[in-house]
Design a protein around this ligand. Sequence first.
Ligand code: WQD
Length: 332
Amino acid sequence: MNILVTGGVGYIGSHTCISLLESGHSVIIADNLYNSKRETVEKIKYLTNDNVDFYEIDVTDTQAVDDIFKNNIIDGVIHFAGFKAVGESVKLPLNYYYNNVVSTMVLADACLKYNVNRFVFSSSATVYGNNTVPFSETMDPLPTTNPYGETKSMSERILTDIARANPAFSVSLLRYFNPVGAHESGLIGESPNGIPNNLMPYVTQVAKRKLEKLRIFGNDYPTVDGTGVRDYIHIMDLAEGHVVALNNLTEGVHIYNLGTGKGTSVLELVKAFEVANDITIPYEIVDRRPGDIASCYADVSKAKQELGWIAKRDLIAMCKDAWRFEIKINKN
Ligand code: WQD
C-alpha cells in the first residue's frame, strides 16, 4: 500500500517509515521539519535501499494537503505530525490545540474527499489520565494534566465520530507509552533540540558528559524504589506495531496500547543503562516534576490477542541502541 506518513521525518515517524518500507509498503512523507532534520529522509532511503517521496509542508495547510492527495494514490494515512512537549503545551495551549487538532481534521477531511479509508493515529497513554495501572483500552480516557494530552483525546474523539458517520472510514488509535532507543544502525534516533525533557535522551547526554548529572524528579512516589515508573518500549517495536495495526485495519475504530506491559522505575532504567553500556550515570534526587504521575504502564493483552503483536526488545537493547545513536550521530 502507498502510505502517507505525516511527521515521517520525526523520531517515531522515521522509524515507522523504515518498518513500512521493509514490509513492502511505499511511503510518502509530509513534514514541516519543525522538530526534525531533512537529512533523516536520506537516511531512511539509505537504510531501506528504497525511495521515499517527501513534501515539506505543514499539515494544517489545507491546500498543501489537498495537493498531495490530488497528485498521489494514497491507500492509508499514519498521522504523527504534532507538537509533543507536555510542559510546553501548558505554556502555549493555543499552539498545541491548533496544530495538533486542526491537522487531524484537515487530514481526515482529505481522506473523506479522496476516499482514503485507512487512518492510523499517533495517540498517547497520556489520555488515561490518573486511571489505575495497568492502563487498558476498555478504560474511559480521563482529563489529562496538560493541553498536549487533551489534543490527543480530542483527536481520538473527532476520528471516532467521523468513523461513526462514515462506516467505510477505518481508524486505529495507537496509544504509546514511553518510546526510547534507536534503529540498530545508530543512524537515526531521538534527537531533541536543546536540553532533553525526556529521561532517556537526558541519560545519554549525561553518559556523553554533555550534561553533568541526571536530576531524578522525586523518590517518594508509592513505587518499587520511590522513583517514577513507566512502560519503556523500543522505538523499533513501536514502529513495527504501526505496520501490524495498518495491515490488520478493518472497518470501525480500534484502540491499541503499544507498550511492553512492564513498569520500570527511573533508578532501574539508570542501572540498566550503566550495565548495558558500562558507563556510570551520576544523579541527584530533586523535587518531583509538576504533572508527573507515579506509575504508567500498559495492559498489552489486546494488541497481542487481536494483532498478534508484542514488544520483543528488552531494556538492555533499548539502552544499547540509544547509546549507539548518541555516540555515533547525535551532535545536539
Ligand atoms: C519518565 C520518567 C520522570 C526526565 C512523556 C509525555 C508522554 C510521552 C512520553 C508523548 C518520569 C523521570 C524524566 C528527567 C527524571 N510523550 N525523569 N528526570 O513524562 O513519562 O512521558 O514522554 O507522547 O506523553 O508525558 O516521560 O521521559 O519525561 O519521564 O527523573 O530529567 O523519568 O519524572 O518518572 P513521561 P519522561
